[in-house]
Design a binder for this molecule. Structure first.
Ligand code: MLT
Length: 257
């Protein structure tokens, strides 16, 4: 049995599995869950350990442990294979899922993420954010992610994500910062991915810019890149219609006829 909290729409095919970004939970996927339901696609969205309704689970120290948790959700749902969709931190977990449980994947969507591990500078930034989460709370960590947004970002989108971040448990967020700081470089294993893959990135994403998406696209056999012009880091929120279209194209590609 999986311990993670998750939401399974329970009907339709294929199955699309959503893994959320930092510091949020599965609720960031509500637009995609609704859109895919209209096309008879089954969706499963997880709350990673430490987040959302999985807030009280013991902290996971590695990205591999998160990937194993997610694989257990598929097992618990009786799902052999799914299209895994991960945004940013969710992409780190999706890449670990591809490495550790390749037989579980029918397709892969890597959105606003990177394969490389943290640089020394990024590791120092994790230490600053750990202090922030401890002393000022999780919304302060969110506020420090200002380069995620394009200059003309919709205030409603920022407010939506800010309140989702403020709902998270600081202990879970700190554990995730440590996990991300210590995660390995996934670049050497990208060439082993054998499922249809889409790499999505906002052209104005200041956290995981298009240059990082290009590395993944070049390294994963047959991967296709989609740049969403003018969007920042949270492409599924900022430009949900274009994001959903990429998912639906991939669904049509893998759906048995
Ligand atoms: C995220 O959006 O999940 C984070 O920006 C990932 C990270 O901090 O590396």
């Amino acid at each position: 049995m999986s311990q993670l909290a998750f939401e399974d729409s329970g009907r339709g095919s294929p199955v699309v599995l959503f893994v959320h970004a930092f510091p949020f939970d599965r609720r960031m996927w509500r637009r995609q869950i609704d859109a895919l339901a209209r096309h008879d696609v089954r969706t499963i969205a997880v709350d990673l350990a430490g987040f959302g309704a999985s807030a009280d689970l013991p902290p996971r120290r590695s990205v591999d442990e998160h990937a194993d948790d997610v694989a257990q959700v598929l097992e618990a749902c009786g799902v052999d294979r799914a299209i895994a969709v991960g945004l940013s931190m969710g992409g780190y977990v999706a890449l670990a899922l591809a490495r550790r449980h390749p037989q579980r994947l029918a397709g892969l969507v890597l959105a606003d993420t990177r394969a490389s591990g943290d640089t020394e500078e990024a590791k120092q930034g994790r230490a600053v954010n750990i202090e922030r989460a401890r002393k000022q709370g999780v919304a302060a960590v969110f506020d420090a992610m200002s380069t995620a947004w394009p200059p003309n970002a919709d205030r409603m989108h920022i407010e939506e994500m800010r309140s989702l971040s403020a709902a998270q448990n600081p202990a879970g967020v700190i554990a995730a910062l440590e996990m991300m700081r210590d995660r390995p470089d996934a670049t050497p294993t990208l060439g082993q991915i054998r499922v249809p893959t889409r790499v999505i990135v906002g052209s104005a994403d200041g956290l995981t810019p298009p240059s990082l998406a290009e590395i993944m696209t070049r390294s994963i056999p047959g991967a296709q890149q989609v740049i969403i012009e003018g969007a920042g880091h949270f492409t599924n929120i900022e430009r949900s219609a274009e994001f959903d279209q990429v998912l639906l194209d991939l669904v049509r590609h893998v759906r048995p006829t």
